[in-house]
Design a protein around this ligand. Structure first.
Ligand code: ZL4
Ligand code: CA
Ligand code: ZN
Length: 393
């Protein structure tokens, strides 16, 4: 009906599981798996599934999760009682050690299923890229970049990205990880601190003590030991409140363009956290769907096999707009789609404004003050270029 056809000369796969979306972190918790339903509803209303290979993802197995996570952590995650269940005498101890059961990472019903489905989608995406059945694989249910080997953190329990990148490393010599979530991608950075086969780049709001997780300063480039091949392979782009599309796009293209020349990745893992959009419940930036999506388009134009992950995003209508539009970029349909949200879209009224591209005024009323000076952004570019002088292979 909308004339959306399969892209010429390459294949896009879409990995999702509607079961995942039924899980709840708790009444007022910002993370709402339901945003994935809203995204899928928009993707389908535009007819995009016709242009992709669609997979209903399975849950990752214990062994697969064990490729990164410690066994004692996984065992506890698999057996942890939900918050409203009677507690084991032994548990308070482990909950503290594993950072489980607090307000950020609550123990909710079906937690292990939710985590293993998120990782299953990302791992399926990585396998499709590895065996060349897809050129771009989309896993909006993944992107949970804060989880550590033996610790939950910031709404993330299983680091599906690390598990997927480990899979990519079996088939590709070098993987570039890019993270446009408003938070620092600390878990992924840390997991690959000691290898030069993965370069991690995170763009984020940086204000230690005030903004989570507090790491990711400009000088944080991996442990600078002489014997660590991973030194200089962590790149951080610390930003202030209110950055605009124009500034962010320029910074992104300059930095990623240069990294592509120097590091020459054979695959890209792109975390598309949508909490960097204006009007996000937890975010601080002034990005519009257009600016966020321009980053995805820039990566796509590099013509390198790519996984697109989800991540943060706490105003579901904006998350769905961004991820649906970014799906259209993957299938090269973004110039064809009507910005007016189709009449038959389920939950259409949830979008409030009937366009994919509401103006900043529509989203926010008053845009957030921009605290990023051109001078500071120039310093950041300069520092990144200096780090890249150490990168050789
Ligand atoms: C909430 O309303 O900064 C959790 C978390 C639960 C429900 C009711 C409980 C009220 C905001 C956040 C008490 C909430 C106290 N509920 C939360 C240091 C903190 C300790 C916890 O996008 N309090 C911790 C994590 C960040 C902190 C951000 C981003 C993930 C990602 C990838 C993770 N944690 C201070 C906050 C609420 C809540 C309201 C909240 N938590 C906002 N920011 C955080 O990068 C998916
Ligand atoms: Ca980030
Ligand atoms: Zn985030």
């Amino acid at each position: 009906e909308f004339g959306i056809t399969r892209p010429k000369g390459y294949t896009v796969s879409y990995h999702a599981n509607p079961e995942m979306e039924k899980h709840h972190f708790g009444q007022t918790h910002p993370m709402k798996p339901w945003r994935l339903t809203l995204t899928k509803s928009l993707v389908s209303a535009y007819g995009m599934p016709f242009a992709m290979d669609n997979y209903n993802t399975r849950a990752a197995t214990y062994e697969e999760l064990n490729s990164f996570h410690a066994s004692d952590y996984l065992d506890y995650l698999a057996s942890a009682p939900a918050e409203d269940m009677p507690r084991d005498i032994d548990n308070p101890d482990k909950e503290v050690r594993f950072n489980l059961g607090g307000s950020d990472c609550p123990l909710f019903h079906g937690l292990y299923d939710y985590c293993s489905m998120s990782a299953g989608g990302s791992l399926d995406a990585a396998r499709k890229i590895c065996n060349k059945q897809s050129d771009i694989a989309i896993a909006w249910g993944g992107g949970l970049h804060h989880a550590k080997r033996s610790e939950a953190s910031g709404f993330c329990y299983i680091n599906d990205i690390v598990v997927a990148v480990l899979q990519l490393l079996r088939c590709f010599p070098r993987v570039l990880y890019i993270d446009i979530d408003v938070h620092h991608g600390d878990g992924v950075e840390e997991a690959f601190f000691s290898t030069d086969r993965v370069m991690t780049v995170s763009f984020h709001k940086y204000a230690p003590e005030i903004f989570f997780p507090g790491t990711g300063g400009l000088d944080d480039n991996g442990p600078k030991s002489e014997h660590n091949p991973g030194a200089h392979h962590a790149i951080n782009v610390p930003l202030n409140d209110g950055i605009t599309d124009e500034q962010y796009e320029h910074l992104f293209q300059t930095i990623i363009g240069k990294i592509n020349e120097v590091f020459r990745p054979s695959a890209i893992a792109l975390q598309c956290g949508a909490d960097s959009l204006a009007g996000d419940r937890l975010g601080r930036f002034n990005l519009q769907v257009q600016g966020h999506a321009a980053c995805v388009e820039f990566c796509k134009r590099l013509n390198i096999p790519m996984i697109m992950f989800g991540g943060g995003g706490y105003t579901p209508r904006n998350v769905a707009r961004a991820w649906a539009f970014e799906t259209s970029i993957a299938i090269d349909a973004h110039k064809k789609i009507d910005p007016i949200i189709p009449q038959h879209t389920p939950w259409r009224e949830r979008f409030i404004h009937d366009t994919l591209f509401p103006t900043l005024e529509q989203i926010l009323g008053e845009p957030r003050a921009n605290r990023n000076t051109q001078k500071r952004l120039q310093e950041i570019v300069q520092h990144v270029h200096e780090q890249l002088r150490f990168v050789t292979h």
